[in-house]
Design a protein around this ligand. Structure first.
Ligand code: SF4
Length: 876
């Protein structure tokens, strides 16, 4: 461990599937200093803004610290007896399929393993599904159809050895920032070409050689066109095709495809095909833009077809490469944590595999068929088929499509348990029983990242209150349901060894996932385990999958699949004329239960928004900073409009992160229909249909406070600042008494109120002062409030001079909205330095201000500020 300092503990970041290594050092009572692990193969010391801010997200505020039943704290014995009893009774009275688990890519592999074993081997149902169903189930289905098992053939090194990288439906720059930086570094070193295929212009396009803005959902048509063109140009690899079946029918389907449905010009299509054909080393990176579709599995196979037909797989710098969204989505796939998987990549539908797993577990029962996938699982919870549901480390009342209906289903289910670290999520509020779980930094186990590297997550902090590790909770319920021996685990190492031994059975069937080399690992070796890419019996594969064929279908061949374009499921018509695309933003993670605690991560994009094209905004009469109301057949939402040509006319983009806790009107999955891919069961989260209109409230507001606020308006969004909290507000009923509104919002009974009103213009500005310090301030107006938000956000706690102007004094700099979260540098600071110091490049801005010099995620934003300045200077 060359780069590990004294007292530092090696662990792994809990956010995206890049799986960066981190070094943790205790600081203060409950704090951790976090830096990138220079020896971890995924990141070599780099971290993105989210990883760097991990130490700011570890406080106990909002933590669930004791079991609760019916909202009241209780002891573990009572809670666990109740859970075990309810599940046992449901299975006895209604059969094993009357219960379900909905788990998460946040779970460690050891937790996942115990959950899967309990449900599939002992309860005897396959009703365990995971939020990874929303993320990459289409990839799993595509891999299994093509390769015979769910094998990710690529590695991160392939990205550095490729001569062409094609990003399909992946905003790698924001969603896997460290991986993107590896791509850009390779590009700088060897001139790698970069193509982005995405309906939306994203930060990943900043350094791309080509951006193909295809129509939403038309990826199959594009890759079929590519395949047909490759064949027409004689670019197929006859030698490699000896390892592949299905060529003729796949080519027939590809040639029958109409590429005009992509909306791309003939020149764009030709340029892409020629670049692909001319380049030997091609890696196609794909992510949620491919997977979250009613034809997601077909999109995956359309991509795999091109790599298989040209032999661009299994060689350095070549291959299709799915990047996973979550830290342990891959670990979940490995243990079989999906309703249609068994364990260790064995197949639920194969009786030999079922018998082998049952024998290994000495299990009393084994499901004979796939269980309910996520969408169907919650439907079953809502219509009474499920009598008991256990939700672990995930927030489906926000993240599932038709989230409103899912919340109702959870409420309607006879018995719901939620294990989580947070006491008050949208889902936790609906549970009968809450079980406090250990958080990242407190728990111990393994995770697998997108390139199959298994890393240890290690505990660096004590587990607070009564919280427990998930594997402990699950094993305890298993024991209380009557299976004492099978769940007699004392350590995560013991579980890991069992998982590794089981994988040896998979290896015996000739399958890919075989880590049986770890089956005898001692506790000390487990504690010291270095990052390790599987298979650990690498000599069987020459360390690389599929270089010489050896696929996992019974004939040893890969299968090319004839697939055809299908339009997204929801029909678009006059009533719902917009296509709604959803996705992540740079500095937030999922439903923000952790990232929202870090002020630096909230400064970049502090409230939910909808990106709308300028033509559509003009047609709807939407001005910058107006609010937009979106309606779909499933629900509605209100968000801030951002007018930008980054989206195409007729398209909208909205982030997924906001919840009932942070912006109740912006729970965007309320609008998304639960249409799913017929093969993978993955919902179509990228192409819902909505109507949009300007929402005109009676008043708008902006507030800052030292303390949490209690907003009551129709629209509100709260976020963290270094000085406390900020809120955007808007209400439909006229604000008759601004002071009363401020008192209700801030709950500061002893504070003195300073107020400035302009009744003619409908403006009110209030400051609440205590002991000469500003405690809170509220600004209201009949139009979007025009004040310096970044300046005001940092005022609470300071002396209150001049606050009611809403603008900084001439001698006080206003940093502007955060651009660089790593070094907390605002847009105004950067613009000023560009002007005053004559900075000409992103590198010069980095040298002057540090901005953009760490994770690099903000470099596109800095480039944009440079371009704006140049444009303005040229116009002057
Ligand atoms: S890229 Fe960022 S979020 Fe992803 S694992 Fe690395 S540090 Fe964590």
């Amino acid at each position: 461990m060359r780069g590990t300092g004294p007292d530092e503990i090696r662990s792994a970041c809990p956010y995206c599937g890049t799986g960066c290594g981190v070094l943790l050092r205790r600081s203060g009572a409950a704090g951790l200093e976090v830096r990138g692990d220079p020896d971890h193969p995924a990141n070599r010391g780099r971290l993105c803004s989210k990883g760097l801010a991990l130490g700011e997200t570890l406080g106990l505020e909002g933590r669930l610290l004791a079991p609760r039943v019916g909202g009241r704290e209780t002891d573990w014995d009572s809670a666990l007896d109740l859970v075990a009893g309810k599940f046992r009774d449901a299975v006895r009275d209604h059969g094993p399929d009357s219960v379900g688990f909905y788990v998460s890519g946040q779970l460690l592999t050891e937790d996942y393993y115990v959950a899967n074993k309990l449900m599939k081997g002992f309860i005897g149902s396959a009703n365990i599904d995971t939020n990874s169903r929303l993320c990459m189930a289409s990839t799993v289905a595509g891999h299994r159809r093509a390769f015979g098992t769910d094998t990710v053939p690529g590695t991160y090194e392939d990205l550095e050895e490729a001569d062409l990288i094609v990003l399909v439906g992946s905003n790698l720059a924001w969603c896997h920032p460290v991986l993107h930086q590896r791509v850009l570094a390779a590009r700088a070193a060897r001139g790698t070409k970069l193509v982005v295929i995405d309906p939306r212009r994203t930060a990943s396009c900043d350094q791309a050689d080509m951006h193909l803005r295809l129509r939403a959902g038309s990826d199959v048509a594009l890759f079929n066109h590519l395949l047909a063109r490759l064949q027409a140009d004689g670019a197929l690899d006859a030698d490699y095709l000896r390892h592949v079946s299905g060529l003729e029918e796949t080519l027939a389907a590809a040639h029958a495809e109409d590429a005009t449905v992509t909306g791309l010009t003939a020149e764009e299509l030709e340029a892409f095909c020629q670049l692909w054909r001319r380049t030997e080393k091609v890696v196609t990176v794909f992510s949620q833009g491919v997977n979250q579709s009613t034809s997601g599995a077909d999109k995956v196979n359309a991509i795999l077809n091109c790599h298989l037909a040209t032999g661009r797989i299994g060689k350095p710098g070549c291959g299709p490469f799915s990047v996973t969204g979550q830290p342990n989505a891959m670990g979940g796939r490995e243990v079989g944590g999906l309703a249609n998987m068994l364990a260790c990549h064995m197949a639920l539908e194969d009786s030999r595999h079922r018998d082998a797993v049952q024998g290994f577990w000495q299990a009393p029962a084994m499901p004979q068929q796939a269980g309910l996938k996520a969408v169907d699982l919650f439907r079953a919870a809502g219509d009474g088929r499920l009598k008991a549901l256990w939700i672990i480390h995930t927030n489906p009342a926000v993240t599932m499509p038709e989230a409103g209906a899912v919340a109702e289903a959870i409420r309607a289910c006879a018995f719901t348990v939620v294990s989580d670290i947070t006491a008050s999520t949208d889902t936790a509020r609906l549970a009968d029983v809450l079980l406090p779980a250990a958080a990242w930094g407190e728990k111990d186990g393994t995770v697998t990242n997108s390139d199959r590297t298994i890393s240890r997550q290690r505990a660096a902090l004590p587990v607070p209150g009564q919280a427990r590790a998930d594997w402990q909770i699950l094993a305890e319920v298993g024991r209380r349901m009557g299976w004492k021996e099978a769940f007699d685990y004392q350590t995560p190492a013991q579980i890991f060894r069992e998982h590794a031994a089981l994988s040896g059975i998979a290896g015996g069937f000739g399958l890919d996932f075989d880590i049986s080399g770890f089956a005898q690992l001692s506790d000390d070796d487990y504690a010291a385990l270095e990052p390790q890419r599987w298979p650990v019996t690498a000599q069987r594969h020459g360390g690389r999958f599929f270089g010489r064929g050896s696929f996992y279908h019974s004939d040893g061949k890969a299968r090319m699949l004839p697939v055809r374009h299908r339009a997204p499921a929801a029909a678009q018509g006059r009533k719902y004329p917009f296509r709604l695309n959803t996705g992540r933003i740079r500095d937030q993670w999922h439903t923000m239960t952790r990232t929202a605690l870090a002020p630096r991560l909230s400064g970049h994009l502090a409230e939910p928004f909808a990106d709308i094209h300028p033509q559509d905004a003009a047609r709807l009469g939407v001005q910058p900073a107006d609010l937009l109301r979106l309606r779909s057949p499933q629900g509605e939402a209100i968000l801030r409009a951002r007018i930008t040509a980054d989206v195409q006319p007729g398209d909208l983009f909205v982030p997924i992160h906001w919840t009932g806790e942070t912006a109740p009107s912006a729970r965007i999955d309320q609008l998304v229909a639960a249409a799913t891919d017929p093969v993978s069961g993955q919902p179509e989260s990228k192409a819902a249909v909505v109507a949009a209109e300007r929402w005109q409230p009676a008043w708008y507001g902006f507030a800052v406070s030292c303390r949490p606020m209690a907003p009551q308006a129709e629209y509100w969004a709260v976020s963290r600042t270094w000085a406390g909290h900020r809120a955007e507000l808007a209400g439909q009923d006229p604000l008759a008494d601004p002071e009363a509104a401020a008192r209700a919002l801030f709950d500061l009974p002893g504070a003195e109120v300073q107020m400035m009103t302009d009744s003619r213009r409908g403006i009110a500005r209030l400051a609440l002062i205590q002991d000469g310090r500003l405690m809170a301030a509220l600004f209201t107006a009949p139009e979007p409030v025009a004040v310096s938000r970044s300046y005001l956000a940092e005022l609470p706690g300071s002396c209150a001079d001049g606050v009611l102007s809403g603008l900084p004094a001439a001698d006080r700099p206003d940093p502007g909205p955060t651009v660089c979260a790593c070094f907390n540098v605002g847009a105004n600071t950067i613009l000023q330095a560009i002007e005053s110091d004559g900075l000409l490049s992103v590198a010069e801005v980095g040298a002057a201000l540090q901005a953009g010099s760490n994770c690099g995620s903000c470099r596109p934003d800095i480039a944009d500020l440079l371009a704006r300045t140049r444009f303005r200077q040229a116009a002057e």
